[in-house]
Design a protein around this ligand. Structure first.
Ligand code: A2P
Length: 277
């Protein structure tokens, strides 16, 4: 028997998920970190740096047997022009969502609520000369989007991305992304020499050790990069990491005279919490 494309497909055994998207690729970076790509709903428009709610169906309720979606906020790590969506996630062995999400394979479906929001967007910052991205751990994700966004290079002369992790291997996703920018057919030429990458580790030995907050306060970042210190006239910043990191970074940036902005009230810096657990 010849099966043609016109052969009606059998109805799937389980009902389709609400807002389902299909996983197209998965990459495991360490035993704690992975990234994956999914199909993009045709109608989904977003600004590079924004986040959406994604997840999976939870376990059936023991009493009713009903399943509820288990959703978490995830920064979109791909730029607004990409035809797929990319995400960068931690794996927590007893995390309600990531304990399951870490097992997704190409062809599987996830839930994606197509309502992008967030403050790590160009519109929330006043014009400036240098743009800083400060991240820890999976807080790199929104900057993986913004580093591939043409507007970033149209608006700024210099883009400095800092990434602080415990161990060297946790820097891999970010380093590979930064390394790939120059060869990107769409933005490679715009990037030129504009991007400076400043990775640090805090637990495992590496060429640059220590928290970025300390290195900003003692001025070693500026000395290492051979650039002027942060000033409100020239510098704009976006921050994404743990709650403690965000709080400490706010204090550091305010000490340089920068003020927190928002979509409706653009200023010199913006902050967003990275997804954890
Ligand atoms: P440290 O090892 O000194 O805690 P985590 O894996 O706990 O989310 O941390 C990711 C990275 O962010 C680690 O390198 C950690 O450094 C660093 N970090 C955590 N909290 C802060 C903070 N308040 N200020 C600066 N860096 C921080």
């Amino acid at each position: 028997e010849t099966v043609t494309e016109a052969t009606p497909v059998k109805a799937p055994a389980t009902p389709a998920l609400p807002d389902a998207q299909t996983v197209t690729s998965v990459k495991h970076w360490t035993d704690r970190l992975f990234s994956f790509r999914v199909t993009r709903p045709q109608s989904l428009r977003f600004r590079s740096g924004e986040f959406v709610m994604i997840g999976l169906m939870g376990d059936p309720d023991p009493k009713t047997g009903k399943q509820k979606p288990l959703l978490r906020a995830y920064s979109i790590a791909s730029p607004a022009w990409d035809e797929e969506l990319e995400f960068y996630s931690i794996k927590v062995q007893d995390g309600p969502l990531t304990s399951k999400l870490q097992h997704i394979q190409p062809g599987d479906q996830i839930i994606l609520r197509p309502k992008p929001v967030g403050t790590l967007v160009h519109d929330a910052l006043l014009p400036g000369k240098r743009l800083w991205f400060f991240s820890t751990g999976t807080g790199f994700a929104p900057f993986a989007s913004l580093l591939r966004e043409p507007e970033t290079y149209e608006k700024y002369d210099q883009v400095i991305i800092t990434h602080t992790c415990r161990d060297v291997a946790e820097l891999d996703y970010g380093r590979e992304l930064v390394d790939s920018l120059k060869d990107d057919p769409l933005i490679g030429e715009m990037v030129g020499e504009k991007v400076k990458y400043y990775p640090t580790t805090t637990r495992q030995g590496s060429p640059r050790m220590g928290r970025i907050t300390t290195k900003l306060q003692d001025g070693s970042v500026f000395a290492d990069l051979g650039i002027d210190p942060i000033a409100p006239e020239t510098d704009r910043a976006m921050v994404c990491g743990s709650l403690d990191f965000n709080k400490d970074m706010k204090d550091v940036l305010e000490s340089f005279g920068l003020r927190e902005g928002a979509n409706s009230d653009p200023k010199e810096y913006v902050v967003e919490k990275a997804f954890v657990g």
